[in-house]
Ligand binder design. Structure first.
Ligand code: AMP
Length: 289
């Protein structure tokens, strides 16, 4: 595996790689990230993974400084996973001195859910992904369904800016007890870690109720609120039953289906999870058994 730091290093190696699937990450890798490497490799000659904790997608008071980092461990995992090229840039390699170009994503898609809780977050995401695509020039951008709004926003950005890259979405990987894998799970105390699977359980209950014929969106939202409020270690920030493309809240789940997404606080950790209705095919709970 080659490891590049600067844009020039990256481009020099990328030139010999054939078709490329790019997996952007913020590092502190887990099996969810590695499952995206597998997805990328299935369809492309080579896999490029970037590890970059992107400052422009963090708001004031968020966890930019304390975000967990372990690049040596990450590189060992990527090497084992058969990644061809890891890009581990410094901030100045992504945002050169004097950098003044930002991608701003307007409209309802970024005004709701994560965009409402984290103003400017998706501008930072759209900006960094546009830069990564410009430098790496991949054939596919591979992202996780766990960050469903991120996928919806980036789909728009690619279309709006005419960026010709396939957006490939991999399913959410989970711990054995259902908790969605996340680098931020290390923030959980043992008691919070034990309580956090309530999020997945609440979404599974929604899936069951939907399968039994329930279509009233507020009934589904209330179910999640009730489930999570029974767990004192956690507090629900939002639950949404929305159109999967526009993310507009629904009154009833129609033929277009729905994205059911939530954010919740467990101590220092802010956790996200979601399911789609009808349910997408679920992967096994963990990549490494
Ligand atoms: P992050 O390092 O958290 O920015 O995530 C990098 C990529 O991995 C994003 O496309 C995420 O959606 C994806 N990802 C994060 N957690 C998971 C998971 N549990 N399963 C699958 N993909 C994930």
């Amino acid at each position: 595996m080659q490891v590049a730091r600067t844009r020039d290093d990256l481009r020099a190696t990328r030139a010999s790689l054939g078709t490329v699937g790019l997996v952007p990450t913020m590092g502190f890798l887990h099996d969810g990230h590695l499952s995206l490497v597998d997805v990328a490799r299935r369809e492309h000659d080579a896999v490029v993974v970037s590890i970059f904790v992107n400052p422009t997608q963090f708001g004031p008071g968020e966890d930019l400084d304390s975000y967990p980092r372990d690049v040596d461990r990450d590189l060992t995992l990527l090497e084992k996973a058969g990644v061809d090229l890891a890009w581990v840039p410094d901030v100045e390699d992504v945002y050169p001195v004097g950098s003044c170009t930002r991608v701003r994503v307007e409209g309802p898609l970024t005004a709701v859910l994560e965009g409402a809780s984290r103003p400017g977050h998706f501008d930072g995401v759209a900006t960094v992904v546009t830069i990564l695509l410009g430098v790496v020039d991949p054939d596919a951008l591979v992202m996780g369904a766990k960050d469903a709004q991120q996928v919806a926003v980036l789909r728009h950005v690619l279309r709006d800016l005419g960026i010709a890259v396939d957006l490939v979405v991999g399913p959410t990987w989970r711990e054995q007890d259902g908790l969605a894998m996340s680098s931020r799970n290390v923030y959980l105390t043992p008691a919070e870690r034990a309580a956090a699977p309530v999020l997945r359980r609440s979404l599974t209950t929604v899936e069951r109720l939907y399968a039994a014929g329930e279509r009233d969106a507020e009934t589904l939202r209330s179910l999640v609120r009730r489930n999570v409020s029974a767990e004192p270690a956690g507090s629900l920030e939002y639950v949404s039953v929305a159109d999967p493309v526009t993310l507009a809240e629904l009154e009833r789940v129609g033929p277009e289906g729905a994205l059911v997404s939530l954010a919740a606080h467990f101590g220092r950790a802010r956790l996200l999870d979601n399911v789609t209705l009808p349910a997408a095919v679920t992967p096994p709970p963990s990549r490494v058994q």
